[in-house]
Design a protein around this ligand. Structure first.
Ligand code: UD1
Ligand code: CA
Length: 458
């Protein structure tokens, strides 16, 4: 594509979403809808991408900063009026202008390229991308004459009963000759049910001007979905996830139940990793090879190496090396770092802490603000007491340390290599090499106590 402008319409208030967030910032598979649109056009190397913003303009502009230029449509008077706001920026340009909506996130670059090729071949004044819809409700319909030539586009709300039966719909993607676009736009009125200036009216106008107009029908309706409400948002997510999941499976990842596996765009997964259903992988997550992730696992912005078994656990901003076993029901929070062959058992929470090579935290523990060396054994119910209500304090645990069950480690404290804590201790002082720290009151046994038990009285 050459000498081309791209205009993305993103000013509408998206009232049908019933949301405080501008519609085009709602996410599909972890990316804002408008990001998908920008990503689909980017490989076409347009000269300029111009996004029309309005409702939530600042939010949308901040979001797209560096990827697009902007114009503001102060009042949302319709898609034709929206494009008119780009006149100052674009009207002098020769060449073509590709227009898309920020709420149609599913178009592929291939489809847009095919539209471009058709537009270039036919030398139309405008070529609109259309699709055949099983259920065309809500879309503008493509009205063709007896010779099958495109006459105009009619919005559903303005359509006659016969027109509503038409199943060829306007996808909202067009390539215009840039000069003719603005000529036609100046003639668009708002004499319709919604009292809006409709961009699709330019087709009728151009035809009346004696210009050649055309349509290119894509085979895959699912790409054309426009997201106007939450029902469509869920449907678009489903389509996108199906695409993403298929890609992973083709790369050698085993998805046991792909319909119920939620993997964001951009997540990387190595081959022979097996993922059960109801697993969610989000953000900048990178997962290596030969891992097993069982149902209920949710991983966000984390890096996982190879050959780990992660069972029904939640990880956020965590780093897991190789051959670990984690869970069920472990919670790794930001800056958790789990080294090779370590084990975290059930109900273990790790935050801003390193669990060293081969170390084991088997049951019901909290490890926060700590560095654990290699082959440490952390007994059940151990708590790293890292917070005094105001400040956090660090604990250092050397190699081969044995921490007895139900130890409370009141940081800051250092447990040297091969030191031990006695079960039930509340450790407040450092323990040196080969020492055992014991910090609990001694047991005393009182005689003849049974009869003094309250439940035994009277
Ligand atoms: C639009 C088309 C319809 C097509 C459908 C495809 C019109 C009049 N109708 O309908 O033929 O089948 O898309 O999805 O164009 N916008 C602005 N400023 C405005 C109004 C809208 O920037 O004043 C933006 C919206 O933010 C949105 C896009 O334009 O991203 C489309 O607007 P929307 O209201 O969603 O139009 P549809 O009713 O879906
Ligand atoms: Ca729409």
């Amino acid at each position: 594509m050459q000498a081309t402008n791209v205009v993305i319409l993103a000013a509408g208030n998206g009232s049908r979403m019933k949301s405080d967030l501008p519609k085009v910032l709602h996410q599909v598979a972890g990316r804002a809808m408008v990001d998908w649109v920008v990503a689909a056009v980017a490989p076409l190397k347009p000269n300029k991408i111009l996004t029309v913003t309005g409702v939530g303009a600042k939010q949308v502009q901040d979001h797209l900063a560096g990827k697009s230029d902007f114009v503001v449509q102060e009042q949302q008077l319709g898609t034709g009026h929206a494009v008119l706001q780009t006149k100052q920026a674009l009207a002098d340009n020769e060449g073509a202008t590709l227009i898309l909506s920020g709420d149609t996130p599913l178009f592929t670059t291939e489809t847009l390229q095919a539209l471009w090729d058709e537009h270039a071949r036919t030398k139309n004044a405008v070529t609109v991308l259309t699709a055949f819809a099983e259920n065309p409700t809500g879309y503008g319909r493509i009205v063709r004459g007896e010779d099958e030539m495109v006459l105009k586009i009619v919005e559903e709300k303005d359509a006659s009963v016969t027109e509503r039966r038409i199943q060829e719909i306007n996808t909202g993607v067009y390539i215009f000759d840039n000069q003719l676009l603005f000529e036609a736009l100046s003639q668009v009125g708002n004499d319709n049910v919604q009292a809006e200036y409709y961009l699709p009216d330019t087709l009728d106008i151009l035809r009346e001007m004696g210009q050649q107009i055309g349509a290119y029908q894509t085979m895959d309706f699912s790409e054309s979905m426009g997201v106007n409400d939450r029902v469509a948002l869920a449907a678009a997510n489903k389509i996108m996830r199906t695409r993403i999941n298929r890609g992973h499976m083709q790369n050698g990842v085993e998805l046991i139940d792909p319909d119920n596996t939620y993997i964001d765009a951009g997540v990387q997964i190595g081959k022979d990793t097996v993922i059960e259903g109801n697993v969610t992988l989000k953000g900048k997550t990178v997962i290596g090879q030969d891992n097993v992730l069982t149902a209920g696992t949710r991983i966000e912005d984390s890096t996982i190496g190879d050959e780990n078994v992660i069972t029904s656990s939640h990880l956020e901003e965590a780093l897991v090396e190789n051959q670990t076993t984690i869970g069920p029901y472990a919670h790794l929070r930001p800056l958790a770092e789990i080294k090779d062959r370590a084990h975290l058992g059930n109900f273990v929470e790790v935050k801003k802490a390193t669990v060293g090579l081969g170390s084991k935290v088997g049951h019901l523990s909290y490890v926060g603000n700590a560095t654990l060396g290699a082959d440490v054994n952390v007994g059940a119910g151990t708590i790293f007491v890292n917070y005094d209500g105001v400040n956090k304090f660090d604990t250092t645990v050397g190699d081969r340390v044995f921490i007895g069950s139900n130890t409370k480690i009141i940081a800051p404290v250092t447990l040297a290599d091969e030191s031990i804590t006695a079960a039930g201790s509340t450790i407040t002082d450092d323990v040196d090499f080969h020492q055992m720290g014991i910090a609990r009151s001694r047991q005393t046994n009182k005689d003849d106590f049974w009869d003094r038990m309250p439940h035994k009285k009277g």
